[in-house]
Design a protein around this ligand. Sequence first.
Ligand SMILES: [Mn+2]
Length: 455
Amino acid sequence: MKFAHIADVHLGFEQYRLPYRADEFAEAFRRAIEIAVEEKVDFILIAGDLFHSSRPSPETLKQAMEILSLPKERDIPVFGIEGNHDRTQRRVSAYHLLEKLGLLYLIGLREERVESEHQTSEKTDRGWLVKGVFEKGNKSVEIHGMKYMSAAWLEKNPPKEIFRPEGDSILMLHQGVRELVEEMMGKLPESQRDYYELRLGDLPKGYLYYALGHIHRAFLTSYDIGKLAYPGSLQRWDFGDYELRYRWDGNAFKPTAGNPKGFYIVEDWEPRFVELKVRPFIDINIKADEETAKRELKRLSTKIPEEAFVRLDVRWLRPYDVSKLTELIKARYVYVRTRFERKLTGRTPSGEVPKPEEYFIPVELKAINLTGERTIESIDEVVELFLGEGWDEKLPKKSEEPERKEDAPARKEEVRPEKEKTNKAQEKEHKDSEKKVVKKPSKGSNLLDWLGGGR
Ligand SMILES: [Mn+2]
């Protein structure tokens, strides 16, 4: 038995608002599928986030349909689950559409029973559990799994109660597992629950392969009698997910290699990582005066491939014009981030350290709390944070399942400390923010009423 395990494809992701990046995400997926087909795998697993959005554009759907027709033509079934990016609260997701077209078999909890060449269903108190089935000669494999679920849902519905291996079985989930995330990025404080929904012990035992998705970095380990793997995203996710990082040590740039991108091909339950050649992301960290930075970057620039995406992370002791620095690097895309090295140590005349409330006006405090150390790419993101989904997402929902959740980071550096706020504090803040919302006139009222000048 031989299969491919792919995850976090993110079709339709116009990274950094560059439409050609969406094409590159599709190209990586095409390449992965082509390799799987060339390797004559028996079936393909897609462990969530095939799409970047739960509402992919017609163009993105077309890309998925074209690429998934390659295994279909060769009778290689594709099994999928929805991830946090592409699941929906509605009854039909883009995966149902692909299933209808015979391009994918969706597995997980469903309202209706599904029986097909490669699917079978089991009645449970949570609905029909639709499983994948693959038979070859006298051997057969069952593929169990479900779409991304919140930590709150999983607490009430432990995976151990839902899934039980039957014969040779695979469990496919799109979740963060605390112990594994910590192995990749170091210890996480309890406040960073955002990056995992499960503990290792929550996973049911007895599966021969745990095909996971959600963490964008390739990772392989064992669990109980099986192998457990995250293939990671097919393309580089951000500059924390670099191919190469140059860190300035005061005298010279010291390079560190990042993690490869790709997917797994599993033969007789033994996974092998297949690396994909993707656009290089290079992260340059420098902490030097303007003159040194210019001289050293010029020297380093000869090592930067022109197709690379480069982030220049400048730690300022004293600000200077960084626009000159970007000109030194000949790369496809250069992004400069500047940060002050020193922490805020302002003191009041009486010598006390001022409270933030004394230092900032309320809207500034709100901005600081909302954005923190986050890298903001555009003003839209700020607007979204304040008014849109980004802001709303952080609040407890009436329904248990938030529509969308931030992705787990690829790297330690990208883990931003979440504000340690209780739900009550968040609710209060929400109410406060609601008060500020300008009320639109309801039907029948006039403008004067709205402005408070009417009767
Ligand atoms: Mn993802």
